[in-house]
Design a protein around this ligand. Structure first.
Ligand SMILES: [Zn+2]
Length: 434
C-alpha cells in the first residue's frame, strides 16, 4: 500500500528556504517561458516534453537534482491540466499565471538512496547531498519502498517537514468477515454506524466548533483587511494571519477526521463487517447555493461539512484492513419512519413518528434505513436497535481559553484555577472505547 509519512525537518531554515526558492524559480521560469513562446510564436501551446528541451537554456544551471528540477516544471503543467478540467464547469477558472517565489521541492525515487538508517537526497552534480536521519520504523524498510520525498512548508507551524511517499509492498488481504455495517454521515455527529444488532454513534462536537471558529475569525480578519490599503505593512500582517488561521484550523480538522474515520473502521472490525455501506450525501451537501430551503446559518453549516474528506479517509483506512466500502443514495433515509414508512421531519436529534408513535435517535434511524436499503432495496424494513453506544474519539479535556485568562486578572491567580484546568494542556486525546 502507498502511504505518506510526515517527519519533522531538522535542516536549518536557510537551507530549506534556499531549496524551495530554487524550485519556485524553476516553476516561475517554466511559466514565463511557456507564455512567452505562446505569445511570440502565434499561440503555440508547448507540451511538457518539447518545452523541456528549450527551457534549460532559458532557466540556467540549477543546484537541484535533474529530476527535482523536472518535477517543479511538471507541476506547472499539472496545474494547467487541473485548470482545463475546472474550466469545463467554471468559466472563471484561470490557467496558472502567478509566479511563485517558493515551491515545494520534490525528489523522485531516482534521487533517493537509503544508507544505514539515513536517507540521502541527491542534488545536482558537484553539490553535497542532503542527509536525513530516519525514525526506526522507516529505517527498517528496503530502499525500494521510498517512492518520493517532498520538502513541505507548513503555514500553521511555520516549519518545514518531509512528506515521504512509501510503498510498503503489503497487499491487504480481504477480511474473512461477511457482515455489513451501514454508516450515516452527519453534520452534528460525524458518523452513525449500525449492523442491525448493534449501533454506535461517533461524536465529535469539536469538528463543528472548529469550522465555526474559522468562519467567525476569518470574517473578522476580512473586515479589517478591507479597511487597509492593499500592500501596506498592516495589510500584509493581516493577510498572513488569515493564512495562518486557515492552515491551523485545517490541520486541526484533518486530525479530528483521521480519529473519527479510524473509530469507524474499528467499529466495523468489532462488528465483523466485510463491507461498509456509506450514505452518499453529496447531493444535499453540495447544493447549498441553489437550495434555498435552508436558512443562511444552516447553509453555512452544511457547506463547511467535510463529508467528502471523511468518506475518503474511511475508504482508505478500511481498504488497508481488507474491508470494502460502497456508496448508496441516502435520500429519505433520515426522514422515513423505520416502523411504518411514514415521512416525518425530525427535530433536533430526536425522531418521532406522528403516524405510529415511534421515537428514536435520528442518526440511528438514518443508518438503519441505509442498511435496510442496501439489504432489501427498500426503506423501513428493519427496526433500529434500542441500545446505542456513544464513542468520543476526540475528547476535548477542559480547555483553558487563552482569551478568557486575562479577564480582570482573576485566573492569573494560580489558586483560582480549578484542578481540571491543568488538564487543558492535553487538548485532544484519544479516549478509550466507551
Ligand atoms: Zn411510524
Amino acid at each position: 500500500m502507498i502511504r505518506v509519512q510526515i517527519i519533522a525537518c531538522t535542516l536549518p531554515a536557510d537551507q530549506t528556504r534556499a531549496l524551495n526558492r530554487e524550485s519556485g524559480r524553476v516553476y516561475s521560469a517554466t511559466l514565463v517561458h511557456h507564455y512567452r513562446v505562446y505569445r511570440m510564436a502565434g499561440k503555440v501551446w508547448l507540451s511538457p516534453r518539447k518545452h523541456d528541451r528549450v527551457l534549460k537554456a532559458f532557466c540556467g544551471p540549477s543546484f537541484l537534482h535533474a529530476h527535482s528540477y523536472q518535477a517543479a516544471q511538471q507541476d506547472f503543467y499539472e496545474a494547467c491540466k487541473t485548470a482545463k478540467a475546472l474550466k469545463q464547469r467554471n468559466p472563471l477558472a484561470r490557467y496558472p499565471y502567478k509566479r511563485k517565489y517558493y515551491h515545494t521541492t520534490t525528489w523522485k525515487n531516482t534521487g533517493i538512496t537509503v544508507v544505514e538508517g539515513r536517507m540521502r537526497l541527491a542534488l545536482a552534480r558537484g553539490h553535497e547531498p542532503i542527509w536525513v536521519a530516519l525514525p526506526d520504523h522507516l529505517a527498517m524498510l528496503p530502499a525500494t519502498a521510498f517512492r518520493q520525498v517532498q520538502l513541505v512548508y507548513s503555514h500553521a507551524t511555520k516549519r518545514s517537514c518531509w512528506h515521504i511517499t512509501l510503498d510498503d509492498g503489503l497487499v491487504p488481504q480481504p477480511t474473512p468477515h461477511t457482515g455489513i455495517m451501514a454508516v450515516d454521515l452527519g453534520e452534528i455527529h460525524p458518523a452513525a454506524c449500525t449492523n442491525g444488532a448493534q449501533a454506535t454513534i461517533i461524536c465529535c462536537r469539536a469538528l463543528r466548533a472548529n469550522a465555526q471558529h474559522r468562519n467567525k475569525k476569518t470574517a473578522d480578519l476580512q473586515e479589517m483587511i478591507a479597511r487597509c490599503t492593499p500592500g501596506s505593512r498592516r495589510w500584509k500582517k493581516l493577510v498572513a494571519s488569515r493564512k495562518r488561521l486557515q492552515a491551523q484550523t485545517d490541520s486541526r480538522q484533518r486530525d479530528m477526521l483521521h480519529k473519527v474515520s479510524r473509530a469507524v473502521v474499528q467499529e466495523a472490525q468489532a462488528m465483523q463487517a466485510g463491507t461498509i455501506v456509506i450514505g452518499d450525501v453529496r447531493d444535499i451537501a453540495d447544493k447549498t447555493k441553489t437550495d434555498k430551503r435552508l436558512s443562511r446559518e444552516n447553509r453555512q453549516k452544511i457547506s463547511h461539512w467535510p463529508h467528502g474528506q471523511l468518506r475518503q479517509y474511511i475508504t482508505y483506512k478500511a481498504a488497508a484492513v481488507g474491508i470494502r466500502t460502497e456508496l448508496i443514495n441516502e435520500a429519505y433515509t433520515s426522514k422515513t419512519c423505520p416502523i411504518c414508512g411514514a415521512l416525518n421531519k425530525p427535530k433536533g436529534r430526536h425522531y418521532s413518528c406522528s403516524a405510529c408513535g415511534f421515537v428514536g435517535h435520528r442518526d440511528n434511524v438514518g443508518s438503519t434505513n441505509i442498511l435496510s436499503k442496501h439489504q432489501t432495496g427498500k426503506l423501513a424494513q428493519m427496526v433500529p436497535c434500542k441500545a446505542i453506544t456513544y464513542r468520543h474519539p476526540v475528547r476535548r479535556a477542559s480547555v483553558v481559553r487563552s482569551d478568557k485568562r486575562h479577564v480582570a486578572g482573576v485566573s492569573q491567580n494560580p489558586h483560582l484555577i480549578s484542578p481540571s484546568a491543568n488538564a487543558g494542556l492535553v487538548r485532544l486525546e484519544e479516549s478509550p472505547r466507551l
